[in-house]
Write a protein that binds this ligand. Sequence first.
Ligand SMILES: [Zn+2]
Length: 230
Amino acid sequence: MKKPQIVILLGSPGAGKGTQAELLSDKLNLYYLETSKLIEATVMKAKEGESIEVEGKEYSLTEEKKLWLAGVLCSPPFVSFLVKQKLNQLAEEGKGIVMAGSPRTLPEGKDQVPLLKKLYGAENIKVVLIELTPEQTIWRNSHRRICDLMRHPILYAEETEKLTHCPLDGSKLIKREGLDEPETIKVRLKEYKERTLPLVGYFTEEGLKVEKVNGEQSVEAVHQDILKSL
Ligand SMILES: [Zn+2]
C-alpha cells in the first residue's frame, strides 16, 4: 500500500498558505492541519491560570494567549506539543496531511521532523516555500478578512472586494482583531525572517525536498505550481 504523504507549506503571513492548504486538502484528500487554529482554539478557550506541562515545564495558557494576541509566536515547546499530539492521532488514522504554519521555528522543526519521518518516511514528506516580497506581505495582510463563524480566510481580490458574508457558510466577514494591524504585521514579518526561514536549510540537511513557488500569482496559478512541484 502506498504510504500517505505529508506536504509542509512555508511562507510569510499572507502568502496564501491557508488557501493553498485548503485547495490541496480537497485535491489530494489530505487532512489540513492548521496550527494557528489549533493554537487559537486552545488559548481562546483556556481558563485563567490553566497550564500545560511539556517535558517537565509548565506553560501558562494565559501567557500563550497574550503572545498569540500580540502577533508574537507562542512558545515553541507548547506549539510542538499540540502539533505532535495531533500528528500521532492522524498517523494512526492513516491520513495524509497538509501542514500550513507548522513547523514555524527551528526548534519546532527539530522536534517535529524526526516524528514525521518516523510516522511517514522522509520520501513521503514534501516542503513547498511560497515566496512573497515584504511589500506584498504587508499589503495583503492589511486587506485580509475572515468569517465570523468558521474563520475561513478571505484573501483580498477583485472578486472578494465587495463581499460582506462568507460564501461557504453565510456568516459575517470581519477583520481579525489585533493580528492584521500594520504594526503587528511588521512584527510577524520580522519573526518570519528570523525564526521561520532558517527551517529551509534544516529541511534540506534532513534530506527533505524543498520546492519554491512564486506566491505573487493568482491563487489558481500558485495551486498549479504547487501540484507540479509535488
Ligand atoms: Zn466561513
